[in-house]
Design a binder for this molecule. Sequence first.
Ligand code: AMP
Length: 211
Amino acid sequence: MKNVLFIAPPAAGKGTQSDMLVKNYGYVHISTGDLLRNVDINTDLGKRIREIQASGHLVEDEIVFRLLEDKLKSIKGNHFLLDGCVRNVKQASMLEDLLSKLDVKLDAVIVLDVPYDVLLKRAIGRISCPRCKSIYNKFFKKPIKVDVCDNCNEKLVSRNDDNEEAFKVRYQTYLENATPLMDFYDKLNKLIKVDGTKDTDKKISETIKND
Ligand code: AMP
């Protein structure tokens, strides 16, 4: 097994793949967004973090890495899947420093490769059930009745950022940050590109087991 970090464009299926690794291999899923959201809102730090998160800007590196260090220490050598960190090359080198201090290795940086037109359809077609959280897609995974959840008959909804205009912005932001990050990890020989459109579970499983 390997310690893994994902780099993936919006709507590439990172959530689905993370769930698969947790369920099938017992990975610890570490999301820095969640670590930040879990800081008590009744503290000054918690309030500050919520404000920054609501604005869509990045929280200071020092805060993120303090939480990340505590979390990595607490999982005591279990394999992890890092999500939401790193956001840029500065964080990537901070992560290298932190992991070497803790004597932990990041083995693989998996890039989910999905063509733009497929991502766009996945995003604008995505509808989900507000009650049971089931996810459907108007193009690829239609519910039996239009816009109604198969499990609980609830009306299905779209995320407010899953429209074409917002998707283009999110994709552009991803590209700007991801390209230098991929170069960074490619130089460290950690970059593994996986086709995110077919046999993705199987290819990721092979990748993490292959030492
Ligand atoms: P996410 O859950 O990954 O979508 O992140 C939600 C928000 O948490 C981001 O918009 C940032 O405000 C903050 N955040 C999450 N991860 C990081 C990180 N690695 N560095 C800085 N801010 C982060």
